[in-house]
Write a protein that binds this ligand. Sequence first.
Ligand SMILES: *Cc1c(COP(=O)(O)O)cnc(C)c1O
Length: 365
Amino acid sequence: MKVPFVDLNAQYNRYKSEIDRAIFGTIEEASFIGGAAVSTFETAFSAYTKAEHTVACANGTDSMEMVLQALGIGQGHEVIVPALSWVSTAEVVVSCGATPVFVDIDHSFTIDPTKIEERISDRTRAIIPVHLYGCPSDMGAIKAIADKHNLLIIEDCAQSHGAKFNGTPVSQFGVAGSFSFYPGKNLGAYGDAGAVVTNNTDLAKQVRMMANHGQPRKHEHVIAGRNSRLDGMQAAILNAKLPHLNTWTEERQSNASYYNEKLQDLPITLPLCPAGREHVYHLYVIQSEKRDALMKHLANQNIGVAIHYPVPMPLMPCFSHLGYKKGDFPVTEYACDTILSLPMYPELSKEQIDFVADEISAFYA
Ligand SMILES: *Cc1c(COP(=O)(O)O)cnc(C)c1O
């Protein structure tokens, strides 16, 4: 049996007629940049996240960077980010001229709120919690700290479409939420795509202008912006897919429960999501002391596995000028040495999960 890490074709085959109609409709209407499909998606995604505004843009990195810029975060400012994430989270802080300040994670793989306050200085302007793998960060504790120190919260929701903290959707705890629709994300386009979600009308206006060359109206460039518009075709595909997102989330959650059941007696650590946080399992990540050997064993059995991510952000060469060293982020460093992402997508079958679990058991036998 072959178990790919993700299977985007399985999803395409499942919804082929709807997706083909979206793609060919865009071509027939020649609605390639912006247009009705983009506005339709923005309205639908606002309803989905319970936000007042969605501004669609080119990708999830731009969405975060534009929010920081629009909020006036730049030179001389510091932004707190978790030590474990996809590089974008810290990269955007550097891109806007500010300095990322890293904080270790806890056992949920999200930022450890008990380690945030010691890293706050008079230059700190914002915190970017990342709902990594689909598990919401501890937004109650983070919001209390942000309120006490007058800091902005920008949520990195790139892996957490539909996740909730105490019943409230992620993206609703700070000034803005940033989403990615990279093809492999829980809601994925057929290319790059992203969005800013916010209840702040001025911020929405500012980001919309910024994403379209700083023009509120054609040929009126009031700020030096950029081109970060969403393609009409990507929006049409997202419109076809969004109505199915809740079904896919349930399928991911049920796959995760089945993995939990099958793997519970093995000497590995299963993903833990504290009570009150609804995990949407973008990734199903276990921890093993014998990670590298286990990974090799599974790969040899045609099981797709991956590491998200092998290097703590503060120890990446691109952030070496900040002077962090090995030992500064013990929980993140241990995670990077032990984490393993198993195959996870809505269409994954019970038989495939059985096969993965049996092979993990065989490895430990
Ligand atoms: C994917 C991702 C991003 C960036 O999104 P792109 O659309 O690829 O630019 C940012 N943060 C996290 C945590 C991600 O997983």
